[in-house]
Design a protein around this ligand. Structure first.
Ligand SMILES: Cc1cc2nc3c(=O)[nH]c(=O)nc-3n(C[C@H](O)[C@H](O)[C@H](O)COP(=O)(O)O)c2cc1C
Length: 208
């Protein structure tokens, strides 16, 4: 069976967003028919062809100063010449995003919005989270998936005095796995839908 490639392009300064990226990849790999490819932004220049060939690209950055990190921004700017100018090469791919920061909010929404705008500029289809509100009632807790309450993408929080071995916590990694799985399932729907749309319909064949 042909497996559809889903690339996860991310930057991590201290390893926390790297843990989140691995969790997104694990979620992708839960789905038959797809495979995750993790790619750190510092290796991207050797892997443009892999990104062009992927059916979906999931973007991940730590939140630094309420925005994507400088390294991730440099990658974004490189895509102007490496992707857009070469012919809108990522148009109609599936996209999604994730971010980790030190504070529970930490202005992560700003980073997710930047990632979604970036995907829109490339003509990609953005996939958000469909998880219900969590950690917002007397029975909710920090162990809930989507405990931080994001829908545009996956958010994670890592205590700044902990290393990536223990932060972000399992609930945020589960949220990241959930996003990866959702993107994988959506990607298969798109790929199979495109195949059906490209095939001559039964109705058209009957009228020949
Ligand atoms: C330059 C810099 C700016 C930061 N800005 C924010 C911020 O705006 N909001 C926040 O909650 N945490 C902020 N942090 C904390 C990081 O988001 C946090 O340590 C995160 O886990 C780092 O992820 P990484 O290990 O993948 O680099 C900042 C850290 C650095 C080094």
């Amino acid at each position: 069976m042909i497996r559809q490639r889903i690339a996860i392009v991310y930057h991590t300064g201290y390893g926390h967003t790297g843990r989140q990226a691995e969790a997104v990849g694990a979620g992708v790999d839960q789905v038959d028919g797809v495979e995750a490819m993790l790619l750190s932004v510092d290796k991207v220049e050797r892997h443009w062809d892999d990104l062009h060939a992927a059916e979906a690209i999931i973007f991940g950055s730590p939140t630094y100063m309420g925005a994507v990190s400088a390294s991730f921004k440099a990658f974004q700017e490189m895509t102007s010449s490496a992707v857009l100018a070469k012919g809108f090469l990522w148009k109609d791919k599936i996209a999604a995003g994730f971010t980790t920061s030190g504070s529970r909010s930490g202005d992560k929404l700003s980073t997710l919005i930047q990632l979604a705008i970036f995907a829109a500029q490339h003509g990609m289809h953005w996939v958000g989270l469909d998880l219900p509100p969590a950690n917002c009632s007397s029975t909710g807790s920090e162990a809930d998936m989507n405990r931080l309450g994001f829908w545009l993408g996956a958010g994670a929080q890592a205590n700044t005095d902990e290393g990536p071995e223990t932060a972000p916590p399992e609930s945020d990694l589960a949220t990241a796995r959930y996003l990866g799985r959702r993107v994988a399932l959506t990607t298969l729907q798109f790929v199979r839908g495109r195949q059906v749309a490209a095939a001559p319909s039964q109705l058209a064949l009957a009228t020949l």
